[in-house]
Ligand binder design. Structure first.
Ligand code: CTP
Ligand code: MG
Length: 337
């Protein structure tokens, strides 16, 4: 009887595959939008290299890592030898140049925690932030993009999780909840842990790509075309993974003792990282190790109030997946305080 009930449960969950996939499809940016992003990037690259021939412009964040939903802003990083520049003056000069090329709402935010130039392109309607020398972000963007090429289910799961997090108001680091980057790492970790595994651990494999940035050695296996079949032994479709993801964070994860680590493809102990107590503002209530800056806990923004909010949202989502008649609607209902 138990077996029969389990089968029943699986079939129930599987009826949600089609609606989840159509939500995923509706979030993907169109080819037209991608082309507009590219057009804006090319324009900015031309303006920047005309003024500073040795500078390079890179895309990072969701437009570069393939986890960007439609209408995302573009995150750009301008790489330049910092020895010769004063960052604030540089950003002001950059803002001047962009302004005089008909770009709109150009603003240099020189006092922000991460100083940037913001702008909007009136031709494409796309907004964009340019920061200086955040090269580690460019590398972690490549890592995420490479993971996404291995198995289509990562992108499906991450889009749905990000959409859920935005709808429920738990994708706001300034309110103590998690960044999109953290949610994507949580999805990668989860798929590395399915049995059979759906994703490998690229940093644990032979090095085919290696760069050293800010004294951090970033190396991993990036010939991901060779890994296209990696997850094929696991046939779980998207609805079961969404169910499993929320269940993991609602009822299985040991928050008190473990750190999720995409770098090692495993859980590591909080004690080993000395993340068992509050240090300064870092409380380590949910621990997500950055794959390259391994002293960075991406959960450091979470405080004793927001951890409760987060865990209640994971439980709500898990319970909806289990019991609700119409999870694909209920899951994404906007949070109303
Ligand atoms: N990033 C990082 N360390 C963090 C947060 C972000 O290195 N603690 C970098 C990552 O390269 C990430 C990028 O900044 O891809 C943008 O972060 P975020 O806004 O969280 O993610 P996006 O993928 O741009 O998501 P969204 O679609 O919500 O804009
Ligand atoms: Mg972004």
């Amino acid at each position: 009887r138990i077996f029969k009930r389990q089968m029943q449960c699986r079939m129930d969950i599987d009826r949600l595959n089609a609606p989840f996939l159509s939500i995923y499809d509706s979030l993907i940016p169109t080819e037209e939008e991608k082309a507009k992003q590219k057009q804006l990037f090319t324009l900015l690259e031309r303006l920047v290299t005309k003024e500073w021939p040795e500078a390079r412009l890179y895309i990072y964040g969701s437009c570069g890592n393939s986890f960007g939903v439609s209408k995302s802003d573009i995150d750009l990083c301008l790489a330049i030898d910092e020895a010769n520049i004063n960052k604030s003056e540089f950003l002001l000069r950059l803002a001047d140049i962009l302004q005089s090329d008909n770009l709109q709402n150009v603003q240099a935010l020189t006092r922000a925690r991460v100083p940037i130039v913001k702008l909007m392109d009136p031709v494409t309607g796309i907004s964009c932030d340019i920061c200086i020398n955040n090269v580690l972000a460019v590398i972690n963007t490549k890592l995420l993009r490479d993971y996404a090429k291995i198995d289509a289910r990562l992108r499906q799961l991450a889009f749905i999780v990000k959409h859920w997090a935005k709808s429920r108001g738990v994708n706001e680091t300034y309110h103590g909840t998690l960044s999109s980057y953290a949610y994507v790492l949580m999805c990668i970790h989860f798929l590395q842990h399915r049995r059979p595994a759906i994703l490998p651990c690229l940093q644990g494999m032979q090095t085919t790509y290696s760069v050293t940035v800010e004294n951090v050695e970033c190396s991993f296996f990036d010939q991901v075309d060779k890994l296209r079949d990696f997850g094929s032994h696991n046939k779980e479709p998207i609805a079961r993974l969404v169910w499993g993801f929320f269940n993991y964070w609602a009822y299985s994860h040991d928050y008190a003792n473990f750190v999720i680590s995409v770098r090692t493809g495993s859980l590591i102990s909080k004690r080993e990282k000395d993340w068992t107590r509050r240090v300064g503002n870092d409380r380590h209530l949910i621990c997500i190790e950055d794959p390259f800056e391994i002293s960075h806990d991406l959960g450091r923004v979470v405080d004793k109030y927001s951890i409760k909010v987060l865990r209640e949202e994971f439980e709500r989502a898990a319970d909806i997946m289990q019991y609700d008649a119409n999870p694909c609607v209920k899951l994404f209902e906007p949070y109303v305080p």
